[in-house]
Write a protein of this length. Structure first.
Length: 254
């Protein structure tokens, strides 16, 4: 995608990577619409960042997605970029169903069904734009698993393969499919992650992402250097070692 001149909707952008990316894109001359469940956070963002539009959306609720999509397209018919940012992560113990099933269902609903439903709500519109992008958000954990987060790992692996498949299907349209693949970043996604010495500082991560978008506008996978340790473990032939290191040194992942 181009670095500027877009109209971008980012559901799940009231904090963390989503908010930081939204503000960085706004500074580069894009029109940005932030979506989230909590209206008080949306109101605060709109007040602190004039020019950023907001819309309430719960990406775990199909009706909310449809309603928000109608609202966004009515107010911003020039929309040409959708970034499916919303996601949740939880530690799980799969030895007994009562310790993981509820969490697993919530994660799959938010992290996988949410993006699927969002794409369904916008894909026809995006095909009418001369230059459009769907940006999915997977994770380094799509390629090497963190023991404590099975459902999260699986949901992000599914997003990776969904992105690969959509890129093939939409190749005959004006819609590009790009996949953002974060490593562990200093956010509040998991307890303690914001202060982890193993996590990439949020500002540094966003700066590197913006540089990749600017210098490699045709890239299909947006990978900062730190995520490549996980992303290419199998290709390098050191997958088992990478998994061991990941689960030995990093209590949390992104």
């Amino acid at each position: 995608m181009d670095i500027t001149g877009n109209t971008v909707f980012i559901p799940g952008a009231t904090s963390g990577i989503g908010l930081a990316l939204a503000l960085a894109l706004r500074k580069r001359g894009n029109t940005v619409i932030i979506g989230g469940r909590r209206t008080e956070l949306l109101d605060k963002i709109a007040l602190e960042h004039p020019g950023v539009d907001t819309v309430r959306i719960d990406t775990a609720d199909p009706d909310s997605i449809q309603s928000a999509a109608k609202d966004v397209l009515a107010r911003h018919p020039e929309l040409n970029v959708l970034i499916t940012m919303a996601g949740i992560m939880s530690a799980e113990d799969w030895h007994r169903p009562e310790t993981f099933l509820d969490s697993a269902e919530r994660i799959v609903t938010t992290n996988l069904l949410g993006p699927i439903r969002l794409i369904a709500a916008f894909v026809e519109h995006l095909q009418t734009r001369p230059d459009a992008t769907i940006m999915t958000v997977s994770s380094g954990l799509a390629f090497a698993p963190l023991k404590m987060t099975p459902s999260y790992n699986a949901s992000k692996a599914a997003i990776h393969m969904l992105s690969e498949s959509l890129r093939l299907q939409l190749a005959d349209t004006t819609v590009r499919v790009a996949e953002l693949e974060p490593p562990m970043v200093q956010t509040d996604l998991m307890p303690g992650q914001a202060d982890s010495e193993h996590a990439v500082p949020l500002d540094a991560y966003i700066a590197e992402v913006m540089s990749i978008i600017e210098t490699q506008p045709e890239t299909t996978e947006i990978q900062v250097e730190q995520v490549k340790f996980l992303r290419y473990a199998e290709a390098r032939g050191d997958y088992e070692q990478v998994v061991a290191v990941l689960n030995g040194m990093a209590p949390h992942g992104n």
